[in-house]
Design a protein around this ligand. Structure first.
Ligand code: BTN
Length: 321
């Protein structure tokens, strides 16, 4: 009901909408409308009541509320179901639970804050309240389990395309899925999967974008390596618009993979890569070695030319430039 009221007020902005029109449109009493308006005000919406004219939506809160995200979304299906919470342990954990319960393909789980945000390689992810975009997408792709990394790679491209629209921002991708800005980490992506032999049940792509995390808020040990979009962008950033934009690119890239195959997306990934052509140190689960990152294969594995000329495919682990 509240979402419908917001939708109507938003469509008429900056003009007022009378309580009577709202009550007729939604088939409830004017008192009920008044109660919903009070509740929306409590949620942080600025709604002016003009005597004899009605309600005017003046300002929306800086929250990633489903109604706000949906109002900015241009997708056909991705993000049409949203699970929002102010606080959760980890949106990936929550998304996996909802996926296990049979949620829709394309569900997006959003939190303003995570108190147990998960990073790659058993690290954590610092996710303070309303300072970033912390979200997970549930996909049910018709891929083989070994192709799951395609989703991680396309998610990284989607984020880079969205953040690079801001003035002064030129982010790049460090294999496999870090998005770097000025050599520091702006975005982390953690992909988790449930699969059976030969088929994926679901993939959860968890993305954390540091939007406006002030340096003094960042834990000491991350300060030298983390960056926020607001540190670099020379224009204001709306988290809602940014999230909607990322989802738009994700859907577009995912559909491209489904209809045209992975090749065009892989080419795009290479364009944004800051890893290819670099000397890298590979920290694999079983060994550490140096070499040149020469290419990425069709499954998203990094190809590293070792000092003795052998080409090694990096499946898991970390590379440092
Ligand atoms: C990394 O280590 O680079 C990956 C970090 C991924 C963080 C995001 S924030 C939203 C989602 N929920 C989590 O718990 N982790 C991912």
């Amino acid at each position: 009901m509240r979402e419908r009221i917001l939708e109507i007020l938003r469509s008429k902005m900056p003009a007022p909408v009378s309580g009577e029109v709202l009550s007729q449109e939604l088939a409830v009493s004017r008192t009920a409308i008044w109660k919903h308006i009070q509740a929306l005000k409590n949620e942080g919406y600025t709604i002016e009541s003009v005597p004899k004219k009605g309600y005017i939506l003046k300002e929306v809160p800086d929250r990633l509320k489903p109604a706000e995200v949906v109002a900015n979304l241009k997708t056909k299906w991705l993000g049409h179901h949203i699970h929002y919470c102010e606080l959760t342990t980890s949106t990936n954990e929550l998304a996996k639970r909802l996926a296990g319960e049979g949620c829709e393909d394309g569900l997006v789980v959003i939190a303003e804050e995570q108190n147990s945000g998960k990073g790659r390689l058993s690290r954590g992810w610092f996710s303070p309240f309303a300072r970033g975009v912390w979200f997970s997408v549930v996909l049910k792709p018709p891929f083989m389990p070994q192709e799951a990394s395609k989703c991680t790679l396309l998610a990284a491209i989607a984020v880079v395309k969205a953040v690079n629209k801001y003035k002064g921002v030129q982010a790049s991708i460090k294999w496999p899925n870090d998005v770097l800005l000025d050599g520091k980490k702006l975005v982390g992506i953690l992909t988790e999967m449930s699969a059976e032999f030969g088929r994926i049940n679901y993939i959860v792509i968890g993305t954390g974008i540091n939007v406006n995390v002030p340096k003094e808020m960042v834990p000491e040990e991350l300060r030298a390596t983390a960056v926020s979009l607001a540190d670099v962008a020379r224009e204001p950033i709306s988290r809602v618009e940014l999230l909607a934009d990322v989802l738009g690119y994700m859907e577009e890239l995912y559909e491209k993979v489904l209809h045209e195959g992975f090749k065009p997306v892989l080419e795009e990934w290479k364009k944004y890569s800051s890893t290819l052509g670099q000397q890298v140190k590979v920290i694999a689960p079983d060994q550490t070695y140096f070499g040149e990152a020469v290419d990425i294969d069709e499954d998203g594995l990094l190809m590293v030319k070792r000092e003795d000329g052998r080409i090694e495919k990096v499946i898991a682990g970390d590379v440092s430039i």
